[in-house]
Each structure stands twice: as C-alpha cells, then as structure tokens.
Design a protein around this ligand. Structure first.
Ligand code: KG4
Ligand code: ZN
Length: 345
C-alpha cells in the first residue's frame, strides 16, 4: 500500500503524520496548542481557529520531511470524531480536500479507535498486539475500559460516571496552583511528596464492574486545600496532596482494571493509552497487576500516548487494508461511541 497521510484536530493537538503502507512512520509532527494555557482549559472556538492556522503548515512539513509529493499518497485519514466540532470540521475538511484532489480514498477515523489500535503499530508490541485485548483509555476527555475484538469491533466494559481521570488530574493540579495541563506537573510534584500524608477516598474500589468515579476524590482534595489559609499552599503540603491523590488514582485504576480483566478472560494483553498512560505511578501499578494476572502489558511510547496523527494514519491503514473507506460526505461527529462503528465484514 502507498503512504498514508493522517490528520488529527479533535481537541487541542494539531497533528499530521505520513506512514508507509506497512506502518513505518516516515514523518510526524504534533503541535500542542499553547493558546489555551491562559484559560486553564481548552476553548473550543480558539482550538478550531488554531487548527486552521497550524494544520496546513504541518501537512507541508511532514510531506517535506518524508520526501514525498502529494501524488505519492495512497489515501488520507482524518479524525472525524468524537471531539470538538470546530476542530473536527477543520481536520476533516483539509483531509477530504487533499483526498478529493488526489482521487485517493478518505478514511473518517474515530479518535477512540485510533487510540485503541495504536498498540498494533508494527514494532511497538512484541507479537504485534493480536486481537482480542483489553484497552484502558485514559485521557483528559476519556476514561474507559474497552474490549478490542477487531477493527471496528469494540465493547465498552465500563467507564467514568463523572470526570475523566485526566480531567481530575487537571482540576486537582489547578487547586494546587500548577499550570495547565496539570497531569505532568502534578506527577512531577508528587515525586517529592508523601503519599501517606492524606487519607483520600478510593471511589468505586471493589465495586462490581469496571466503572470509575473521580468527583468524590476531587472534592476531598478541595476540602483539604480549603483547610489551608488563603494564598499559595506550602510547597511541602502541595507535594503531599499531589502524591496522596496520585496514589489514590493509581490504586483505584488497578482495581477497576482487575475487574475489567475478569470480565474479559480471553484477553492476553492489556494496552494502556491516552495522555494519562504517561503517568509512571499508574503504569507501574498496572504493570504489577498484569504480571500477577499473567497478562502482557503494552504502553505505547509517551509520544504516542497523547493525541497524535501517527495513530490516525495507522487506523486509516488498518481500515484500508480491509477495503474500508468513507464517502466525502462522512460527517464530523462530536459524539461517536466506539460501539457505533459497524463491524467490517
Ligand atoms: O490523550 P491526551 O493528550 O488528550 C486528550 O485528553 O484526549 O490526554 C491529555 C490528558 C490531560 O488531562 C493531562 O493532564 C493528562 O492527559 N496527562 C497526565 C500525564 N500526562 C498527561 N495525567 C497524569 N500524569 C501524567 N504524566
Ligand atoms: Zn485522545
């Protein structure tokens, strides 16, 4: 298969990548929009405009670095949902325009499917991550356990009933006076803290199924912070709160994933994906769990854990290999659950 161009613009990362037909990454570029930092969260309208400003340049950049002309492409894959509608329109529009000009196939990629299939990129997982496997998708917008049974064939085993885990990290980081996005900053601060200093709740621990909840944990942190005098927290206290929060999340996460593994005994592999999969405390907790259960653990390298276009191009390749592509009328979809993907025949 000729090279495939992938585009990602569903949230606040503008990204483009070119992959050879066998999945080799020829060039990739991710631009994390800095425009939102001042607002402490992604502003959809600003994100859409920033995608429009950045994506064309990123496309030219990756094509140049891959040493390819547009005529060398065998198809274009762009995230069409779920996500923020403005960015989806921009990314899908640019992708469709290029595909149309080339008379090449267009793949409307589901962002969650792209995260789900990342582990199958050649060379990432020894043995190539054969189906079926359990996916723990944990990011700022998503927090769910998914049974990945094939391309287009997914079953959500459980997920958050309130905040996504990355969102909880971001909100707690904000309470501690850290910058945004808060996850990486909170993890760094937690390294200096004492995780036993504060006894925080473990929401959902031991409950049947594998749903998550983080709002109670967040509220508990807010109450601790409120107990301090107004103004910046003492650095030591902030570090202890960060460490205690992270320990609570990691413990809950391991418990929920243990339940998910029990719900999917056929899974021989646990894959963690999404921005929060970068967290070392969570990773090591899950590594211990996987080892105890005799299940392999795959965590894509950090640059592939967050939003990127390599995963989008790869999802496009997986679909094109099965003869699947989408019409130019494929709509951008702000809501697009994984289960809605028709199973390919
Ligand atoms: O997958 P991602 O880049 O974007 C989406 O949300 O789709 O994930 C970003 C989220 C943010 O909430 C960020 O705070 C969180 O992942 N995150 C982390 C870490 N790195 C990123 N959370 C905890 N620990 C980290 N090291
Ligand atoms: Zn994502």
């Amino acid at each position: 298969m000729p090279p495939i161009l992938g585009l990602e613009a569903s949230c606040d990362e503008s990204a483009a990548a070119v992959l050879a037909g066998d999945g080799t990454v020829l060039a990739e570029a991710v631009l994390s929009q800095q425009e939102h930092a001042a607002f402490g969260g992604v502003v959809p309208e600003i994100a859409a405009r920033a995608h429009l400003a950045h994506l064309p340049g990123l496309v030219r950049q990756v094509m140049g670095r891959a040493g390819l002309g547009f005529g060398d492409l065998g198809g274009v894959a762009a995230t069409c949902g779920p996500g923020l509608i403005g960015g989806l329109i921009v990314g899908a529009g640019i992708g469709k325009g290029i595909a149309m000009a080339l008379r090449a196939p267009f793949v409307a990629v589901n962002h969650l499917e792209a995260h789900a299939l990342t582990a199958r990129l050649p060379g990432l997982v020894p043995g190539g991550a054969p189906f079926p496997y359990l996916l723990l998708l944990v990011s700022g917008g998503h927090c769910q356990c998914v049974a990945v049974r094939g391309v287009g064939d997914y079953r959500r085993l459980g997920g958050t009933i309130d905040d996504a885990v990355g969102e909880a990290f971001d909100k707690v980081a904000k309470m501690l006076g850290l910058g945004w996005p808060g996850g990486p900053a909170l993890e760094r601060l937690a390294e200096q803290g004492d995780a036993r200093r504060y006894a925080l709740p473990r929401p959902m621990l031991g409950r049947p199924g594998c749903d998550f909840s983080f709002s109670g944990l967040k509220t508990a942190v807010a109450q601790i912070v409120a107990g301090f005098p107004a103004g910046p927290l003492p650095v030591g206290a902030a570090a202890d709160i960060a460490a205690s929060f992270q320990a609570a999340v990691a413990e809950v996460m391991a418990d929920r994933v243990a339940h998910a593994l029990a719900m999917m005994p056929e899974a021989g592999l646990l894959v963690i994906a999404g921005g929060v999969a970068a967290n070392q405390a969570i990773r090591s907790r899950l590594a211990a769990l996987a080892e105890a259960r005799g299940v392999a653990l795959a965590a894509p390298p950090l640059r592939l854990c967050g939003d990127n276009a390599v995963m989008v191009a790869w999802a496009g390749i997986e679909r094109l290999r099965l003869g699947l592509s989408d019409p130019m009328g494929a709509p951008p979809r702000p809501r697009w659950p994984l289960e809605d993907l028709a199973r390919p025949v």
